[in-house]
Design a protein around this ligand. Structure first.
Ligand code: ADP
Ligand code: MG
Length: 353
């Protein structure tokens, strides 16, 4: 037997650099109306065992970004360019066969709606056991035992009995747990959770987030947590990326971004979202205006048509010049560092209470 492997199947040695590295990612869709620039030059890094929160209003490109990592875009109308390195392996342009192997094995996804991810026709146990059997090559019996073990881990009561239930026999929260069990069954190194708790009530939401954190500790997975809710990332993520119109406009540790946000869009998000600790009657201020059309995004800073601080910027035009996002902590905004700090402390913070 030869030990030769095909080049596309042999990733760079583990540990050589950042675990997930996205560089200058562009995702453009061809549509009847023109080119939709859904992701427009995005870069970020994620290390093993860490959670990156990606926040932004609906339509900012969060899901499109993550579908490109998973290689799930339709190549017939989607152009993906840039670099996506997973453990040293380039994913943009990788063969579908390679991506299929990676999905469910090295990387897995948790969706917002468990009902679309779980088939109504097969038992929950079978849907957890099948990918395990397929990727690990174990017997049916072993795979079933593993399904019971996973149901136990995600906190399904009576797992030995419930393993033979169909999804409709589970409550919404239990289905979400079952989907998490399905995603984690092959110990993926990268877990992409796209609005994993949006459809759930607040109590179940907190339980699911705790569960993700516990499982991350056990498996050491890297997690990308996509949400439009800053409350969700506050307690779950290590780093935060704020997206607007297909671009990253601010990044930093969760503490840095939540304690001293620098981008006017992040200020707007904070003012428009209920905080976990706040009382229900708190007044929320929506960000004026609407997100831009991605068929014809605004020139310069994409947020400038909605920004209240354009007139404070000196010497450069927000409508002409696109502000760059610095590496590490920072915001893509032409305000000076001092302005960002004073405006937040004097004008924004008092309103947030
Ligand atoms: P979100 O941040 O809410 O997850 P998405 O990433 O789903 O936003 O979408 C970003 C933008 O890309 C939206 O304007 C959406 O309409 C557009 N979009 C997503 N998928 C497609 C597609 N297959 N064809 C054309 N436009 C798309
Ligand atoms: Mg989405």
């Amino acid at each position: 037997m030869t030990t030769l492997t095909k080049e596309e199947d042999s990733p760079a040695p583990a540990g050589s650099g950042t675990f997930l590295s996205v560089r200058d990612l562009y995702v453009h869709f061809s549509t009847e109306d023109g080119i939709v620039k859904a992701v427009d030059g995005l870069s970020f890094d994620l290390e093993r065992g860490q959670t990156l929160g990606i926040v932004g209003e609906s339509g900012s490109g969060k899901s499109v970004t993550n579908l490109s990592i998973l290689g799930l875009h339709d190549p017939r109308n989607t152009e993906v360019s840039g670099e996506i390195l997973l453990d040293g392996q380039e994913l943009t342009g990788a063969a579908e066969r390679t991506m299929e192997k990676l999905r469910g094995n090295k990387m897995a996804m948790i969706f917002q709606d468990a009902l679309t991810a779980l088939s109504p026709y097969y038992t929950v146990g079978r849907q957890i056991a099948e990918p395990y059997r397929k990727h690990m090559g174990v017997s049916k019996h072993e795979a079933r035992q593993r399904a019971i073990e996973m149901l136990t881990k995600v906190g399904i009561p009576n797992p030995k009995l419930r393993v033979d239930d169909y999804p409709h026999q589970f409550s919404g929260g239990m289905r979400q747990r079952a989907m998490i069990a399905m995603s984690l069954v092959c110990n993926p190194d990268l877990l992409i959770a796209d609005e994993p708790t949006t459809a759930l009530d607040v109590t179940v939401q907190a339980q699911i987030l705790d569960l993700l954190k516990d499982l991350q500790q056990e498996f050491g997975s890297a997690i990308v947590l996509i949400t439009h809710d800053l409350g969700v990332v506050a307690n779950t993520a290590d780093d935060l990326l704020v997206m607007y119109a297909g671009r990253a406009v601010e990044r930093g540790s969760v503490q840095e971004v939540l304690r001293a946000p620098q981008h006017p869009y992040t200020w707007g998000l904070l003012g428009s979202m209920p905080r976990l600790s706040s009382d229900v009657n708190e007044a929320l201020t929506p960000i004026p205006g609407t997100p831009p059309s991605l068929l014809a995004p605004p020139s310069g800073c994409p947020f400038h048509p909605r920004c209240a601080f354009v007139a404070d910027v000196d010497g450069v035009s927000c409508s002409d010049t696109r502000p760059a996002l610095p590496d590490g902590r920072g915001a893509a905004c032409h305000l000076t560092a001092e302005q960002k700090q004073t405006i937040f402390v004097e004008q924004i913070k008092p309103r947030l209470g």
